[in-house]
Design a protein around this ligand. Structure first.
Ligand SMILES: [Zn+2]
Length: 105
């Protein structure tokens, strides 16, 4: 299965496109498509038909998935866009290690 460098709940920075420079939380990771959905990024307006949940229908705003290659992970510790090393702890847990500050998460 393909893997992404980011996962749900991560904070990422958008590198390119119209939302370049924006940061947001990863709402969904779509490894199969190599895409991620980032909160507040790539908002698209979508018209929806009336349904049970939304009896009036209308236009909703929704984040569209963007290519994962367009985002960079932000370290929760040093708050900088970073790359990570992967490491397995003694307890057998997989963690990521910030290359800049060494923070494990
Ligand atoms: Zn860091």
């Amino acid at each position: 299965m393909p893997k992404l460098h980011v996962r749900k709940g991560d904070t990422v920075k958008v590198l390119s496109g119209k939302d370049a420079g924006a940061t947001g939380e990863v709402l969904r990771a779509l490894p199969q498509q190599g895409r991620v959905v980032v909160k507040g990024v790539a908002i698209v307006k979508k018209s929806v038909r009336p349904s049970q949940n939304n009896p009036r229908g209308g236009i909703i705003q929704k984040e569209a998935p963007i290519a994962a290659a367009r985002v960079q992970l932000i370290c929760p510790e040093c708050k900088k866009p970073t790359r990570v090393n992967h490491k397995v702890t003694e307890a057998g847990k997989k963690v990521r290690v910030c290359k800049k500050c060494g923070h494990e998460f």
